[in-house]
Write a protein that binds this ligand. Sequence first.
Ligand code: EPZ
Length: 423
Amino acid sequence: MDRFLVEGGRKLKGTVQISGSKNACLPILVASLLTDDPFVLHRVPNLRDVRTTLKILTALGKQVSFQDGTVTIAANGKLKNKLPYELVKQMRASFWVAGPLLARFKAAEIPLPGGCALGARPVDIHLRGFERLGARCVMEKGNVLLSAKALHPAKITLRFPSVGATQNLMMCACLIPGETILENVAKEPEIDDLAAVLSKMGAVVFADGKGRLVIQGKSQLRGMEHTVVADRIESGSYMLAAAATRSDVRVEGCVPEHNSILLDYMEEAGVPLEIGPNYVHIKPYDTPIKPLRIKTAPYPGFATDLQAPWMTFMTLATGAAEVDEDIFENRFMHAPELVRMGADITTEKSIARINGVKSLSGAHVMASDLRGGFALLIAGLCANGTTEIERVYHIDRGYENPEGKLNALGAKVTRYNPDKDDF
Ligand code: EPZ
């Protein structure tokens, strides 16, 4: 398995281009199941999770090609409505196929996604919504069996604004003629991007500004062409890499307002930055980093996916900072690894307390999830000496060519495989 060797203590300088959003393109690719027409998506990042999703679509019977950031999907005979466990266990987001398959076939068999490093991650909100639309959900041998004589529009209130449940139910409702209302939905920008795609396919999907999505479903949906929105988690991750290393970096091709709460906190922490229409320029500074308390929340609150990179930034603050992870029950696996690098962090339930230290030291560490892995990468850039990061495949799930983008900014990150390369 690949590892990263990171040479610390180097300033970054230059411009980094942000890729299309992983968390927008995964559900949009799944939405291609709602039609047999040709379906084209641009600015798709070349990520492990994208390749897994394309394998899933192929396994279900679609013809798929992925070239220079563009995915083209076409029908290739009858679609299947059963998904092999092998693919689901690699990626929780594969459960998003439930909505489209239920809508098209009134029956689907999807392996229940297991938990992951972040916690149990149930799908009860998805299933409750499908039941409200007229489906029967039965669990059998680790699979979810969905079936319905007929599906009908409904008014569904989500008990929590789950991103995935919102997207799954949006896709299902778009193929049910009539008006479905989803209440207490997620408001992430990835939801807006999926809504734009479903509208291009012929459904009517709009947010009524009261935290509700109003969906006019149709009996048939057409193909479409779309360009994916910029990845706000990748852009926030590079902004924090620049701030933590006190570098001069222009993060380009992003949507700054999708990172507005992060930018507010970074400015409050003392980071000088300039916000443009599609870029954020992080400027060098030598003043102290002010320790802050943050709490993760559904959008537009502080993104849980940026909690780990933010924690690395706070390890170098002057004083005591605090992170309250309110979305996932186990999202501090990066903390003990940062402690191995000299950080002073204690965690108790959903709270991590960080006492800033003067510097971090390179060490041999291990990534446990994609965002925690990038947090270790940032720590390696800041640390004195060399850091070796194991299980880089986690980082590859959500970051396109991370070592290429960082090395173009003057970093020294080397990818190697100890089983193959002799270093
Ligand atoms: C999406 O996951 C993202 N993944 C996650 O990004 C992100 O962290 C998360 O939203 C929150 O923003 C994709 O978009 C592919 P949720 P999702 O349903 O949809 C609980 C990354 O780093 N819950 O909003 O799975 C759940 O356990 C990944 O790119 C239920 O209890 O997140 C969690 O505690 C990691 N029942 C909370 O809600 C349900 O039916 C938020 O989950 C569904 C969710």
